[in-house]
Ligand binder design. Structure first.
Ligand code: IMP
Length: 198
């Protein structure tokens, strides 16, 4: 089986992606290739960040690699938190308490409380660096933010995001439904389609 590195150690992400690519590619994590570097992530778009990570692995470790960068964009907040989704609270001088995810959601709910427009979307960009080539795959899921956290599955902003066509949050819908409609699943489907047609 061919090997691709996913430039991440995120257990949720690896699990989702390995399930989708099962039988086609062995997907190695950064830990699997013994990369413990602090990979730069200084872009201002999801695609720039994804490419930066995938290119770093190709250059320093020689593996064909793909990387994804995702985040939440909230329309009424000028598409915040965007590429800063993971660091939103800390970047705004908050402590990551009780967890980083809780602090991020609390700040977002505070900022959105006065706004009528609750529209939001999750976006993913995947960059694939294969040999000399670079390819990009994007995925989006639209929905809205609810004022309280609901559900216990998933991660990140899942407890406050309700995808269009549903009345439950990603954290209530669970992995099976989320993996069918998520931004990451949609971007991954495009990547898989591309790999299948090579
Ligand atoms: P990453 O680029 O996939 O690591 O995502 C960056 C940040 O965006 C995460 O730390 C989360 O805060 C948020 N995020 C990305 N994807 C999701 C998701 O599927 N559910 C909830 N939050 C997400």
């Amino acid at each position: 089986m061919k090997t691709l590195v996913l430039a991440s150690n995120n257990a949720h992400k690896l699990e989702e992606i390995r399930a989708i690519l099962e039988g086609m590619y062995e997907v190695k994590s950064l830990k699997d290739i013994e990369c413990f570097d602090d990979i730069p992530e200084t872009g201002t778009t999801f695609a720039e960040n994804a490419l930066q990570k995938a290119q770093y692995i190709k250059e320093h470790y020689g593996y064909d690699c793909f990387a994804d960068d995702s985040g939440l964009q909230v329309e009424a907040l000028n598409n915040e938190p965007g590429v800063y989704s993971a660091r939103y609270a800390v970047m705004n001088g908050r402590e990551a308490l009780p967890t980083k995810d809780e602090a991020n959601m609390d700040l977002l709910l505070e900022r959105l409380a006065e706004q009528e427009n609750k529209k939001a979307c999750f976006r993913t960009s995947i960059a694939l660096v294969m040999g000399e080539e670079k390819h990009f795959f994007d995925g989006i899921v639209e929905g809205h933010i609810i004022p309280e956290k609901r559900g216990s599955e998933g991660f990140g902003y899942d407890p406050i995001f309700v995808p269009d066509g549903y009345d439950k949050t990603f954290a209530e819908l669970g992995a099976e439904i989320k993996n069918g409609i998520s931004h990451r699943a949609r971007a991954m489907a495009k990547l898989v389609d591309f790999l299948n047609n090579l």
